[in-house]
Design a binder for this molecule. Structure first.
Ligand SMILES: NC(=O)c1ccc[n+]([C@@H]2O[C@H](COP(=O)([O-])OP(=O)(O)OC[C@H]3O[C@@H](n4cnc5c(N)ncnc54)[C@H](O)[C@@H]3O)[C@@H](O)[C@H]2O)c1
Length: 453
C-alpha cells in the first residue's frame, strides 16, 4: 500500500529538494504498519530527489525490534541505512543527513576517501540553531554572545525599540550569527530548523512601559503567542524570560516559585506584570495542548554592561546621577528591598535552565518554572550608599542622596528570590557581589556612548 496521507511537514530548500524532519511527531493517527511501510518503501524512493533527513539520533541506542515503538525506531534505522547505502552508490547526490539528540546535533559526513570503491561516512557536530528575541537588549545580547561561545548558531531578532545596537557590534560579522530586524508583535517565520527559542523581547524599562502600556502588553502576549506557534512548528525547546514582577508586592519573603503573587491588574505597572503573567498562562496551555518542551525563567533584577543609562531602572538611575554629579533620588523611605544579580550570573542560570535535559521529561508545568536571581537582599538606601561609596573611591566624587515621595503605590516593598530549586536542580550559584558588579557597570558606563552623548 502506498502511503500518501502521512502528515509530513517539510520545508522547501530548493526547487526539487525538501527536508524531512523525523524529530517531529509525524506518525500520530497512523497504523504502525502504515508507518513502517512509509519509512522502508516510500521514503527510500524519495532519496533520489536529494531530500535531506533529520532523525532523532538512533545510534548507540539499544532498539528492540519487537517493541511497541519498533515501527518508528527500527523503521528510522532502516531508512538511515537506505540513505547511507544510496549515498555510497550515488556519491554525487547532494542530500544531507542530520542526527539530533538531547545534547548535540550531528551531521553524517561522507568523506571522499573510499573503501572498496565506496564512500565512507563519519559524524560531524553541527551547531544547534537558536532564536533569541530581544537580542539587542541587556540579557538578549549577553545570551547571544554566551551561546555563540558555546558553538550555537544564533538567530537574533529585535525591533530596536529599547536595546542598543552597540551591544551587537562585536558579533555582527560572526559566521554563526544572523540578525533579523522585526517587531515580534507581528507574525513571522524563520527559514530552516530551530532547536531552541528564547523569548526575551519585552519593554522592561519603567520609563518606557509607563509611556507605552499597550505596546508592553502586546510584546508580552502577542510576542509570546507568535514565538510559541513557531516552537510548535519547529518542535523547538522554548524558554521564556518571565520576571519577579509576577509576584507583585509579595506577602512572603523570599518568594518561592510556588507563590501565586500579589499583583494589582489595574495598577500603573500592570501592563508589564500582566503581560508576563498572561504569557506564562499561554505557555502552560501550549505545553498542555502541544507537548512542547517549555521552561520559564522568573528573572529578578539584573544589571550590568549593555543597559541603557536612561532606562529608569534603579541601578542605572543612580549611576547616571553619579556620572552627572547630581544627587541620587530615592523614591519613598528607601526601606523597600531589592536583590540585584549581575548579568553574567543571570545568563549562567538561564543557560543551565535552557540546557537541562532532565527537564524535558518534567510532566508538570510547575516543575519547569525557576527563579533566577541573586538572593542577597538590600534596601534601596543600602544600594544608594554603595553607589555613593563607589563614586567616592573610584571617581573621587562626593554625591548626596535625596528622598522624594513615591509616585507608584504598587511598587513592591520586598523583593528577594528563593533560588533553592535552581540551586538544587540546576546547580545555579550566582557569585558576583554587588560591590564588584557595580564597579564593572560603572566602568562600562564611564566609557559608553550613553554618557558621552
Ligand atoms: N533585566 C532585568 O532586570 C529583568 C528582570 C526580569 C525580567 N527580565 C526580562 O528579561 C528580558 C530581557 O530584559 P532586558 O533587561 O535585557 O531588557 P532590554 O530592554 O535591555 O531588552 C529588551 C529587548 O527587547 C526588544 N523589543 C522590545 N519590543 C520588541 C518588539 N515588539 N519586537 C522585537 N523586539 C522588541 C528591545 O528593543 C530590546 O532590545 C525581558 O523579557 C525582561 O522582561 C529582565
Amino acid at each position: 500500500m502506498k502511503i500518501s496521507v502521512l502528515n509530513l511537514t517539510f520545508c522547501i530548500i530548493s526547487m526539487h529538494a525538501a527536508v524531512y524532519d523525523f524529530t517531529q511527531d509525524y506518525y500520530s493517527g497512523h497504523e504502525p504498519l502504515e508507518v513502517l511501510k512509509f519509512l522502508i518503501i516510500d521514503m527510500p524512493s524519495k532519496l533520489k530527489d536529494n531530500n535531506s533527513l533529520i532523525f532523532n539520533n538512533p545510534l548507540n541506542k539499544s532498539v528492540n525490534t519487537l517493541g511497541d515503538r519498533a515501527h518508528v525506531t527500527e523503521g528510522e534505522r532502516v531508512l538511515l541505512a537506505y540513505a547511507c547505502a544510496y549515498k555510497r552508490m550515488n556519491p554525487e547526490s547532494s542530500f544531507e543527513i542530520f542526527l539530533k539528540d538531547g545534547a548535540a546535533n550531528y551531521q553524517v559526513v561522507f568523506d571522499d576517501t573510499q573503501t572498496r570503491g565506496m564512500q565512507k561516512y563519519s559524524l560531524k557536530m553541527v551547531p544547534k540553531r537558536v532564536l533569541i528575541t530581544g537580542c539587542a537588549g541587556l540579557l538578549g545580547s549577553a545570551l547571544t554572545k554566551a551561546l555563540l561561545d558555546k558553538d550555537f548558531h544564533v538567530i537574533g531578532l529585535d525591533n530596536g525599540l529599547c536595546g542598543k545596537k552597540s551591544n551587537l557590534a562585536d558579533i555582527q560579522d560572526h559566521p554563526h550569527f544572523q540578525y533579523y530586524s522585526h517587531d515580534i508583535t507581528k507574525p513571522f517565520d524563520i527559514e530552516g530548523p530551530l532547536d531552541m527559542i528564547l523569548h526575551f523581547a519585552s519593554i522592561p524599562s519603567p520609563v518606557m512601559y509607563y509611556k507605552m502600556p499597550l505596546e508592553t502588553l502586546d510584546v508580552g502576549l502577542l510576542g509570546t503567542l507568535h514565538t510559541l506557534d513557531l516552537a510548535v512548528q519547529k518542535n523547538a525547546r522554548y524558554l521564556f524570560a518571565s520576571t519577579s514582577e509576577v509576584y507583585g508586592n509579595p506577602e512572603v519573603n523570599p518568594q518561592p516559585e510556588t507563590y501565586f503573587g500579589n499583583v494589582d491588574p489595574m495598577g500603573i505597572r500592570s501592563q508589564y506584570d500582566e503581560s508576563k503573567r498572561g504569557a506564562e498562562t499561554l505557555i502552560k496551555l501550549y505545553f498542555e495542548k502541544y507537548g512542547i518542551d517549555v521552561r520559564i525563567a522568573r528573572i529578578f533584577n539584573t544589571y550590568g554592561p549593555g543597559m541603557r543609562l536612561s532606562d529608569g531602572r534603579v541601578i542605572t538611575s543612580f549611576i547616571e546621577s553619579l556620572l552627572h554629579d547630581t544627587p541620587l533620588t530615592v523614591h519613598g523611605t528607601g526601606q523597600q528591598t531589592r536583590s540585584f544579580a549581575y548579568v553574567t550570573d543571570t545568563v549562567e542560570g538561564i543557560i543551565k535552565l535552557l540546557e537541562s535535559n532532565t527537564l524535558s521529561c518534567a510532566p508538570d508545568i510547575q516543575d519547569r518554572v525557576f527563579n533566577i536571581g541573586n538572593p542577597h537582599e538590600f534596601t534601596i538606601n543600602e544600594l544608594a550608599e554603595a553607589v555613593v561609596k563607589l563614586g567616592h573611591e573610584t571617581l573621587d566624587k562626593k554625591i548626596t542622596v535625596t528622598h522624594v515621595p513615591r509616585f507608584d503605590s504598587t511598587d513592591p516593598e520586598l523583593r528577594r528570590p528563593d533560588i533553592s530549586k535552581a540551586q538544587a536542580l540546576l546547580n545555579f550559584k550566582p557569585s558576583v557581589s554587588l560591590a564588584d558588579g557595580l564597579n564593572r557597570t560603572l566602568d562600562y558606563f564611564k566609557n559608553s556612548q550613553d554618557y558621552k552623548e
